[in-house]
Design a protein around this ligand. Structure first.
Ligand SMILES: *[C@@H]1O[C@H](CO)[C@@H](O)[C@H](O)[C@H]1NC(C)=O
Ligand SMILES: *[C@@H]1O[C@H](CO)[C@@H](O)[C@H](O)[C@H]1NC(C)=O
Ligand SMILES: *[C@@H]1O[C@H](CO)[C@@H](O)[C@H](O)[C@H]1NC(C)=O
Ligand SMILES: *[C@@H]1O[C@H](CO)[C@@H](O)[C@H](O)[C@H]1NC(C)=O
Ligand SMILES: *[C@@H]1O[C@H](CO)[C@@H](O)[C@H](O)[C@H]1NC(C)=O
Length: 437
């Protein structure tokens, strides 16, 4: 008896439960709204009940990654997340009637969407846009889309590689004026910066600084339009450029300085200097591939390269001039006289030479007198020549004018070179790090 009562109770509870639980589907909501792909009512026109009322579109752009920045093409490729919200006056349902369904996801092409565009964009995104959007029971429509934007960005490379760039993304409607579409944003600059910092995946060679949002109204063709400008500030990570570029060139300059230690005679100094100069030229060629030629001001790094190139070239010129002068001197008529005397002397063999000569002490005059006492006439003649030769040889040990001067000129030039190089490096350093742009 008790058992049957209990079973009945259970059954009653079960029946009661079944009747109270209403089953709802998203389709019920769509049927209620008469939303379907064939119903074009929703996708044709701006969804407002009074045409005089503008549609307020709330836009948020968050930066996910900086994929590429090409200075030479002036392109900036960020990966962004775009969130759009607006009100659709024809969409409304009571969630309580539909088991608490407060939002439904539907294909994008069913509903009207604002025709927003990014002015700087130069290439259409290759990835298809998100196929779905969400509608809420209060009529709010939400679209989220991720996009790789290939955009143009005017870059100032004056301070390359210690530069900071700011790139704009200006969002506006293609055809609608402010009386039809009002563009708004809820996140302010610091909020968007915070979010982007947290979301940032990869920054390429850049360091994301901040994201600034400004709103403007523009009149492009007599039509007043809202524009939201997202300005992305970023700073270049210069470390790699310092290691790969600035320091090697500086070291080449030091090598060139060190070449003053190489003797002027012989071609080694010249070929060494030319090699170092060529190495700088290679660096300049690499630079040509990175920097745009459209820059208003000559980039400092070009000035740096050119300045070092010019210094090295001057030092190369100095070496060439010195070598020329010394060469000319060694080929002067003095040499011929010396040669004649030498051939005179060659006729006499070493054994015949008087021992007095080899003793080599005392003045020439006393020696001559001694010799004239001891030796016959023929020898006297020889001794005279030999004495003359000895005197001459002493003269020739003293180097020629340019050879003597070369040491002095080299030293003076070295001091000039070091001073000029330090002044130049100091100036470029100042421009790079202290001067205002
Ligand atoms: C959609 O509704 C579900 C509950 O039904 C809720 O958890 C979710 O946050 C809603 N999503 C949006 C975007 O409102
Ligand atoms: C970016 O937008 C700001 C704000 O309107 C403007 O001042 C700046 O010149 C723009 N920058 C570029 C590179 O167009
Ligand atoms: C930005 O918005 C946050 C709240 O979202 C607020 O605390 C902050 O003061 C705002 N900053 C500015 C500069 O308006
Ligand atoms: C952004 O983050 C900083 C620190 O991480 C915080 O102090 C600031 O309040 C945040 N700003 C907003 C608008 O959330
Ligand atoms: C972003 O950074 C730039 C450069 O440092 C600065 O001029 C600007 O005021 C910053 N914007 C905000 C909102 O902090």
């Amino acid at each position: 008896m008790l058992q049957t009562n209990f079973l009945l109770l259970l059954l009653l509870i079960a029946i009661d439960g079944d009747s109270s639980e209403k089953v709802c589907s998203y389709q019920d909501v769509l049927n209620y709204l008469k939303l379907s792909k064939s119903n074009e009512l929703f996708s044709m026109t701006r969804p407002v009940k009074d045409f005089r009322q503008p549609t307020e579109v709330i836009l948020e752009i968050l930066l996910y990654a900086i994929l590429d920045v090409k200075e030479i093409d002036q392109t900036f490729v960020p990966y962004v997340w775009i969130i759009l919200r607006w009100q659709n006056d024809y969409i409304f349902w009571d969630p309580n009637e539909f088991c608490g369904i407060s939002n439904v996801t539907i294909p994008t092409d069913i509903l009207w969407k604002p025709d927003l565009t990014i002015e700087e964009m130069t290439e259409k995104d290759k990835a298809p846009p998100s196929p779905h959007l969400t509608i809420r029971s209060n009529g709010e429509v939400l679209v989220q889309n991720d996009q790789v934007l290939v955009s143009t960005c005017r870059m100032q490379v004056y301070k390359f590689p210690f530069d900071m760039q700011s790139c704009n993304l200006s969002v506006k409607s293609v055809v609608h004026s402010v009386s039809e579409i009002r563009l708004k944003h809820h996140l302010n600059s610091s909020g968007a910066t915070n979010w982007s910092r947290q979301l940032m995946r990869t920054q390429y060679e850049w360091l994301f600084v901040n994201l600034t949002i400004t709103t403007k109204t523009v009149f492009p063709f007599g039509v007043e339009q809202d524009v939201i400008i997202y300005t992305i500030f970023m700073k270049r990570r210069a470390k790699l450029y310092i290691i790969n570029f600035l320091l090697p060139i500086l070291f080449l300059l030091f090598l060139d300085l060190a070449s003053f230690l190489v003797p002027d005679r012989g071609g080694e100094k010249l070929s060494f200097k030319v090699t170092v100069l060529l190495a700088v030229t290679v660096m300049q060629l690499i630079l040509n591939d990175i920097l745009p030629s459209s820059s208003d001001k000559t980039p400092l790094i070009e000035v740096y390269c050119f300045g070092i190139f010019a210094l090295m070239m001057l030092s190369l010129l100095e070496t060439i001039v010195m070598m020329y002068l010394m060469e000319k001197e060694s080929a002067c008529p003095n040499g011929e006289k010396k040669w004649n005397r030498c051939s005179c002397l060659c006729g006499v063999s070493a054994e015949n030479m008087p021992s007095v000569l080899t003793e080599g002490s005392g003045s020439e005059l006393t020696r001559e007198q001694e010799v004239s006492d001891k030796f016959p006439e023929e020898l006297k003649e020889f001794v005279k020549t030999a004495t003359l030769l000895l005197v001459n040889m002493k003269e020739e040990e003293k180097p020629g004018f340019w050879t003597r001067k070369s040491q002095f000129i080299n030293t003076t030039y070295f001091i000039f070179y070091v001073t000029a190089a330090s002044l130049f490096l100091g100036y470029t350093y100042y421009c790079w790090f202290d001067a205002k742009e």
